[in-house]
Design a protein around this ligand. Structure first.
Ligand code: G3H
Length: 496
């Protein structure tokens, strides 16, 4: 159970503690932040409201701990990560319990998130020992005018202190996708969890604690964004920020110093459906892509662009599948669960009302109880409706009927987002042409958008982000190249 047994140290009976210097502590502020259960809409947990002084302290500790961690052999760093991964998987039940209660993720998906996270940590350890164990050797005589008098050796060195800020929808998985690459590459790590999802993160961090990482190397500060948000992202001790979330990321990128940034800020992933598509396959993928975790995924299908000639048939198939989705509590493993907060539900409702006023066809009746919104397919959506462009982050999916492939590509590319997209057709040649024309970080052919498997590169264009994630890219992003050049007094040619 959460906060008990192996996790007893992280809870004081009333509130969860924060993690600094290898210990679980109460904030000197004496204040806590409440976490509201999206289902009951009552306070479920409390976490420490850390102060700026406490942030300064973890930054100092992170800087010191990183120096000796960078001198820890790579295989030892990997060994500790493997240990943390095993502990994380062993404790999947209490962590999943927190996910269910603080972000209303369905029970089975919550377990999957923890297991996937353990696998990601192990994969990262494996990949790290390979790619960080290799460098380049260059010789000077390949560049015009040079003799072979210089040998250049390159290696990858850590950046220093990495600040990781994951979002509420994958607080554990998107935290470890930042923590594991940072650590294997020899960096230290300061984690600022989202408020909703913080307790799941604290349990996950405790698994790293139990694995025996050095004191100060990993810290986790909780609290109000207004108190420590900007303070963290603008802190001079931070050498790199890895952020996943909403447009806060744009503000962070404007305020951060001259440090590498990795950002993933959402999407409006389009699903383009051609006349020859397998409509049963499309319908299943629209359900999975549009409605899993109630549409609260940056990679969710967020607009269907279907050729008019097959639109009626597709809409009927999707409607039939929507009718089968179960709606209710995450504990019951319902397909559709309450969205994360009342403000989120209100925002979604605003998009629905706008579509109603402007004449969209409602394939189901709009229904909401508290934060629970029933799945809704909106047909005949037009570009003047907000839902055509904005991310609901909820179980509401617009269908726009198109008369040409160009119209679909144009709609996709007119979005300020460019995360992923998908195209359904049996004609692979057309699929490739469409994929090349879509201005998104990834295009899936005949499947819904998705980040995983977690070692695949994952990146967004335009307002969807900066840099590329995925295990290898994240490790590389959290290092910089260091070169040593050996200068020879006379040219030396191999076997010469
Ligand atoms: O919400 C953003 C996540 O990166 C999406 O991950 O495609 O595995 O659901 P997912």
């Amino acid at each position: 159970m959460a906060g008990t047994g192996a996790f007893a140290d992280i809870f004081d009976g009333d509130a969860y503690k924060y993690y600094s210097d290898g210990e679980w502590k109460k904030s000197s502020s004496g204040k806590t932040v409440a976490i509201i259960n999206p289902t009951t809409r009552k306070t479920q947990y409390k976490v420490q409201a850390c102060t700026q002084e406490e942030v300064n302290k973890v930054m100092d500790l992170a800087k010191t701990a990183q120096k000796s961690w960078a001198k820890t052999p790579l295989w030892k760093r990997a060994e500790l990560l493997h240990k943390a991964a095993a502990i994380l998987k062993e404790h999947k039940a209490p962590i999943a319990e927190c996910l269910v209660k603080e972000i209303a993720k369905p029970a089975k998906d919550s377990v999957t998130e923890v297991v996937r996270s353990g696998d990601l940590v192990s994969y990262c350890a494996e990949e790290g020992v390979r790619i960080l164990g290799e460098g380049k050797f260059l010789v000077s005589d390949s560049f015009p005018g040079n003799e072979r008098t210089k040998y250049c050796l390159t290696s990858k060195v850590p950046l220093g202190v990495i600040l990781a800020i994951p979002p509420f929808n994958y607080p554990v998985n998107l935290a470890v996708s930042k923590i594991a690459p940072a650590l294997i590459a020899g960096n230290s790590l300061v984690l600022k969890p989202p408020t909703q999802g913080a307790v799941s993160c604290l349990h996950m961090v405790h698994c790293f604690h139990l694995a025996g990482f050095p004191k100060g190397l990993i810290s986790c500060v909780t609290g109000k964004g207004s108190e420590i948000g900007d303070f963290l992202t603008m802190h001079p001790g931070v050498n790199c920020i890895s952020f996943t979330g909403g447009d806060t990321g744009i503000a962070i990128s404007k305020k951060a110093g001259m440090i590498p940034l990795q950002m993933e800020l959402g999407g409006k992933d389009a699903c383009i459906v051609l006349e020859d598509a397998d409509l049963d396959l499309v319908a299943s993928n629209i359900i999975k892509g549009g409605f899993s975790y109630s549409g609260q995924r940056c990679t969710a299908v967020k607009v269907v662009l279907v050729m008019e000639s097959v639109a009626d048939a597709l809409v009927e198939k999707v409607k039939a599948k929507v009718a089968k989705l179960t709606v209710g509590a995450p504990e019951d493993d319902s397909d559709i669960t309450p969205v994360v907060s009342e403000s989120s539900a209100n925002f979604i409702e605003g998009l629905v009302k706008d579509a109603k006023e402007k004449g969209a066809t409602f394939c189901q009746e709009y229904k909401r109880e508290g934060n629970l919104i029933w799945p809704l397919l909106l047909d005949n959506v037009r570009p003047d409706m907000r839902i055509a462009w904005e991310e609901p982050f909820g179980p509401v999916l617009p269908v726009i009927r198109i008369n040409s492939i160009e119209e679909g590509i144009h709609h996709c590319n007119a979005s300020n987002f460019g995360l992923q997209g998908c195209v359904f057709t049996k004609d692979v040649n057309k699929a490739i042409l469409i994929s090349d024309a879509m201005e998104t970080g990834t295009v899936q052919i005949n499947s819904a958008p998705a980040r995983g498997p977690d070692h695949f590169p994952f990146q967004g264009l335009k307002d969807s982000g900066i840099g590329s994630q995925g295990v290898t890219n994240s490790i590389n992003m959290m290092t910089k190249i260091k070169t040593t050049v050996i200068n020879l007094p006379t040219p030396s040619y191999t076997m010469g």
